[in-house]
Design a protein. Sequence first.
Length: 95
Amino acid sequence: MSHEINSYYRQGLLFSPILDDRIPDDHPARFILDFVKTLDLAGLGFKVPDPDSAGRPPYGSGLLLSAWLYGYFYNVRSTRGLERVCGWIWERFGC
C-alpha cells in the first residue's frame, strides 16, 4: 500500500540530535512550518495522491510547499539551490 512521505520534525536519529530542538525559535523555518500547517492544502488545489497507486510513496504536499517557501524566503528558485539551502540547515543545526 502506498502512502505519502510526510515530515516528522521530532523524530530522533540513532546518534544525531533531534533537528527540531536545534533550530532557534526565531528562525524563519519555524514561521514557514507554522504557516503551512494552517493551510487547507486540498482546498487550495494541491493534489493528494491515491493511496492505492503503485511505486514509491510521494512526498507530502505540505513538506514540498514548506521547502519552496523557505527557498523563496532566501531568494532561491532552483531545485539545486533548494537542495543547498536545505543542506545548509542540516549542516548548521543538525550535525
